[in-house]
Design a protein around this ligand. Structure first.
Ligand code: HEC
Length: 403
């Protein structure tokens, strides 16, 4: 499949979809933060007449050079307002652009990004089928939990979600390449969020409108469910954002316990969100950010790479000629001004290993990526052997001398 896609076109699709995805995501998450904070800021109306108009809460805000008076109705105003502004396309576009980006990178080039034969020997169809199937399954399981467990206890629901995310993280890190696994978990949570908007929140709003038009009382259950899902979405934002950014941090997904690291960082994200949600309701619990920072520091200490892993049993001298052959064979097919690996039109991250000087300039990164974390070669597409990693590591530790 790879050979049929022009790599230069893929680079542009990557740029356009990613740019779009980040923009839509900022708008969506901004809206989520804003409305949850707004709800927390509402106070009961001071004026009896406002209460009679159906107002349940009100607040003052100042922004961009002006005062704003915001009122929230307990159910709905007496007459349907016109125009009425909806908030849904930011969610739909975030999901659509994210799915497009994932498709271009991971589904069109599964052997480069999605599959790692040392993790699981999947065919392209199996890997793509599993990835899409898991996106759907995530929504079905989450939705079922909301309709059963969450009705009785939000705490029990939170524990179920933690178990679900942990199990998923463990499972997918044993199914896909390390970097794809993190994105898969992020995409599953992101799919739940978008599906919440599409299948629950917006239908609840439609029910409100239909009821008003028919002159009957709206179904309060639909409303409450919409509110619950919108709060869940709010707690998912920071965990998902980490998953989406994680590809920049190979020391996380490249670790042998990557699944546990992902769960820890996601929990810390949700914990921080909890701090802000309580704070907006007037309760500032200082120990939440403190414990979050301590937990982050704890993870950092835990996964710190040991400085000299026992990779090279013999300390025999390794010449540049030997190291050069390894880099040329295993790395420079992609990392070159003119890559020969299908699907690449430019050196990834601008890192090329065409000359001895270019190799020398990157030895610290090479050591980290190919010897310590072993996140390179990507998906081990070039079949680098452990012995070659050890040899390359020895050359670098012996001073990385070039002629
Ligand atoms: C199949 C193509 C491919 C091969 C082979 C490959 N890389 Fe990479 N490399 C990539 C891609 C793609 C990225 C960018 C990853 C990203 O966006 O996070 C990358 C990124 C890197 C980075 C930058 C990492 C960072 O986070 O800044 C280094 C260093 C690196 N590779 C080293 C190597 C070394 C050393 C080898 C050989 C042992 C190698 N690569 C083999 C595709 C490849």
């Amino acid at each position: 499949m790879v050979a049929t896609v022009d790599p230069y076109l893929v680079e542009w699709l990557d740029l356009v979809f990613r740019w779009f995805h980040v923009i839509a995501g900022i708008v969506w998450i901004g809206t989520s933060f804003y409305f949850v904070a707004l709800d927390s800021h509402l106070l009961p109306p001071e004026d009896e007449r406002d209460r009679d108009r159906g107002v349940g809460g009100e607040t003052w805000e100042i922004h961009g050079g002006g005062f704003y008076r915001v009122e929230k109705f307990r159910v709905a105003p007496h007459a349907l307002p016109e125009p009425l502004h909806w908030f849904k396309w930011e969610a739909y576009w975030t999901w659509l652009s994210g799915f497009a980006l994932f498709t271009v990178l991971y589904y069109l080039q599964p052997h480069t990004y999605l599959i790692d034969p040392s993790v699981a020997k999947l065919s392209s169809a199996e890997a793509i089928g599993a990835s899409i199937g898991l996106l759907v399954a995530a929504w079905l399981v989450y939705d079922a939990l909301c309709r059963t467990v969450a009705k009785r206890s939000e705490a029990a629901f939170a524990i179920c979600m933690l178990a679900l995310v942990t199990g998923t993280a463990y499972g997918v890190t044993h199914l896909f390449s390390a970097r794809a696994a993190y994105l898969q978990v992020g995409a599953m949570l992101g799919t739940i969020m978008a599906a919440n908007v599409f299948f629950v929140i917006i239908p609840a709003h439609r029910e409100l409108i239909r009821a008003k038009e028919a002159g009957r009382e709206p179904d309060p259950v639909a409303n409450a469910r919409g509110k619950q899902r919108s709060i869940h979405n709010n707690y998912f934002t920071l965990p998902v954002l980490f998953a989406m950014l994680s590809n920049h941090f190979s020391f996380t997904y490249g670790h042998s316990s990557s699944w546990a690291i992902l769960v820890c960082l996601m929990v810390i994200g949700a914990w921080v969100r909890h701090y802000f949600n309580l704070r907006h309701r007037g309760r500032t619990l200082w120990w939440i950010p403190v414990t979050a920072a301590l937990a982050l520091a704890g993870v950092a200490v835990w996964i710190r790479p040991s400085s000299a892993p026992p990779l090279n049993p013999s300390s025999a001298h390794v010449s540049f000629a030997v190291a050069h052959v390894i880099v040329a064979q295993r790395c420079a097919v992609c990392h070159s001004a003119r890559p020969t690996e299908p699907g690449f039109s430019a050196p990834p991250k601008g890192i090329a290993f065409d000359t001895p000087q270019e190799i020398k300039a990157q030895v610290q990164l090479i050591l980290q990526q190919a010897v310590v974390q072993q996140t390179m070669p990507l998906g081990n597409l070039t079949h680098m052997t452990p012995a070659e990693r050890a040899t390359l590591g020895a050359w670098i530790r012996q001073g990385a001398k070039i002629p």
